[in-house]
Design a protein around this ligand. Structure first.
Ligand code: CA
Length: 637
């Protein structure tokens, strides 16, 4: 840790060289010299975070991080009706102060100076603002089972503003679309330009990988190596553009999810270069990586050492691990997320590397965020291998032995694996389609499985179309399950146009969306730019996504599943208040199957006909022919 403190250094130098001199002049002159020295070397105020806040928040407490050279030597004061400076906290590094404020519920929006003085002399003043909370109806709506999330990487989706492709002053200066590790120039404006495309597809919600600054030397286009928590990466746009993006999306009836990282930062983070205190990070005598073993967090037989390595080990060498047991770190992160939600009006958060965070901090974080934004939706990334492991992280105290995480939902990797097994696997007692059935039978472990984010692929894994061997029948089977299953379906960008590739390295599954860049040979955002098969895929997703929008059974309904028989798996989505039951029949075999509907009477009483949602044709309901490798989606009347 390097603490730059030239003021202190100069004072020592001054004293050493002036001993005799000091004896000869009056103390008044010395005082004058020191005073003028202080103003000459007045500390520069680097930043105050949050740079502004909001009047009328649920939590009256606010902790301001103040960073500036030798700032700890100054006194702080402020005067504003309803705002009190309770405590000025000094920490190990004199370049920081942490100011504890309380803001009374009655405090009005407005501006006031925070004054910094040294020996009674004001050295600088920061105009702090309490903005008015925006409580407009429809802002911060939450993302639910009614929605369909589109996940994209802003660097790789569309370049809407060439002027920000290379930004002077940032470490990585080159743009190279031929390299999967370099920046490609995509940005928020590019996403704004294609919101209508997404809306047409039937998407209701956009989730981008993190947009905040990642000023790393290389390969930080993904956004998970944060270097400034309060600033949109200039290559993606500005804070104001991000806010505008949310507003434009809302005006189009689309919702926005923000991806936030509690666990780690990038090594070029401004505070990593000048740490407030040693315990800001989880420090190790020598570099120690996390074990990536989520089991250690929930295993009743786990050793403390294993648990510590999982939680406090660094994700990778370029991503230092934040110490979330440090109350200053807790405040910093929690306030940052609350700031973004209120500032931009975000509808949901996706929490990166959920299981690697300190559980006590995360539970407290969830309560604080939910207290400010009761409608906000939150789901944590849990790339684990069993339902119980996922459920452990979810709120509601169902399986986690007396500890409530207060987490609404998780990314349902186990269901993803089960869908793959149901499509690709060979049927057996617990294999093939029976895996999907059995996995869903574990839903009793969740307080509410409908808050799980369900998916077939994302930015960290091989693309779905490749994983089913580019078999279009299997593609349709998977998409049909995704868009009719319980939970909040999420699709990865490009899956609607059959983008493919296997991960490892990750860059292979993060290629540019064709047509997102001026001069691209093909523009797959438009019908004419897509092949016949790509249009077939696009139209298939669009049909199901739009049907989902109009189907109360899929939006809010329950799930009932039946034990697979004769290799055919049947589930229903139904809703007591609506007459529209949806029946889904999965036949993963190479043979057409004849299905008698008698055994489903619980859900089908009075049903005489069914409409095939994809083809629009009405079929007789008594006996149903299910083609080979097909998921039939039927609307029952
Ligand atoms: Ca750009």
């Amino acid at each position: 840790m390097i603490i730059i403190n030239p003021l202190k250094k100069f004072t020592l130098l001054f004293n050493a060289h002036t001993n005799t001199f000091l004896n000869k002049v009056s103390s008044a002159v010395v005082l004058l010299l020191i005073l003028s020295f202080n103003s000459l070397f007045a500390q520069k105020l680097e930043r105050i975070e949050p740079m502004f806040w909001f009047a009328g928040m649920h939590n009256p407490k606010l902790q301001l991080l103040v960073h500036g050279e030798n700032i700890a030597s100054s006194s702080v004061s402020l005067t504003y009706p309803g705002v009190k400076l309770l405590k000025v906290n000094k920490v190990e590094n004199p370049n920081y102060l942490f100011l504890d404020l309380t803001i009374a519920p009655a405090a009005k929006a407005g501006k006031f100076p925070i004054n910094f003085t040294v020996k009674g002399k004001k050295i600088f003043s920061y105009t702090y603002e309490l903005k008015k909370r925006d409580k407009s109806a429809g802002r911060i709506q939450g993302v639910t089972n009614k929605d369909f999330i589109y996940l994209l990487m802003p660097d790789r989706f569309s370049n809407g503003d060439k002027s920000n492709d290379v930004v002077q002053g940032l470490t990585e200066t080159a743009l190279n679309r031929d390299s999967m590790y370099y920046r490609h120039g995509g940005d928020i404006q590019g996403v704004i330009n294609h919101l209508d495309y997404l809306k047409d597809l039937g998407v209701t919600t956009v989730w981008m990988t993190p947009e905040v600054e990642n000023d790393m030397p290389q390969a930080s286009y993904h956004g998970y190596a944060v270097t400034d928590h309060y600033k949109i990466d200039p290559r993606f746009g500005t804070n104001a553009l991000y806010k505008k993006y949310v507003e434009i999306a809302h005006a189009k009836g689309l919702k926005i999810i923000k991806d936030v990282v509690h666990n780690h930062i990038g090594t070029q983070h401004w505070f990593y270069k000048d740490l407030p205190m040693k315990s800001w990070l989880n420090q190790w005598p020598k570099y120690t990586q996390t074990s990536y073993r989520d089991q250690t967090v929930m295993d009743i037989h786990a050793s403390a050492a294993d648990r510590k390595q999982m939680l406090d080990g660094w994700f990778v060498p370029t991503m230092p691990d934040l110490n979330q047991r440090n109350p200053y770190v807790q405040n910093y992160l929690t306030q940052n997320h609350i700031w973004w939600i209120e500032y931009a009006g975000i509808d949901g958060l996706r929490l990166d590397t959920y299981g690697y965070n300190d559980p006590v901090y995360m539970a407290d974080w969830a309560l604080k965020v939910q207290a400010e934004f009761p409608h906000l939706s939150v789901f944590g990334e849990t790339l684990v291998t069993a339902v119980a492991n996922q459920a452990f992280f979810t709120g509601g105290n169902t399986v986690n032995r007396g500890f409530d995480t207060h987490l609404q939902g998780i990314t349902d990797a186990t269901l993803k694996d089960a869908i793959y097994e149901g499509i690709n696997g060979k049927n057996g007692w617990v294999d093939g389609i029976n895996r999907l059935y059995a996995t869903l039978a574990h839903d009793f472990l969740y307080k509410n499985p409908n808050t799980n984010c369900i998916f077939l692929d994302n930015h960290d894994m091989s693309r779905f179309y490749s994983m089913v061997g580019e078999d279009f029948d299997k593609y349709k089977m998977g998409m049909s399950i995704l868009l009719t299953m319980r939970g909040i379906p999420q699709m990865y960008y490009g899956t609607e146009i059959l983008m493919k590739n296997f991960s490892n390295p990750d860059g292979l599954i993060r290629s540019d969306f064709p047509g997102g860049w001026e001069g691209d040979k093909k523009d797959k955002f438009v019908t004419d730019g897509r092949t016949k098969k790509e249009n077939e895929a696009f139209d298939f997703v669009k049909k199901l996504a739009n049907f989902r929008k109009s189907s109360p059974a899929l939006q809010t309904g329950k799930l009932m599943q039946f034990v697979p028989q004769d290799d055919v798996y049947v589930y229903f989505r139904y809703n007591a208040e609506s007459k529209g039951t949806v029946m889904v029949i999965v036949n993963n075999t190479e043979n057409e199957k004849a299905l008698s509907t008698d055994r489903f009477a619980e859900r089908t009483a009075g049903i005489t006909s069914a409409k095939n949602v994809i083809t629009g044709e009405t079929i007789g309901f008594k006996n149903i022919k299910v083609p080979a490798k097909t998921t039939l989606v039927l609307e029952l009347r």
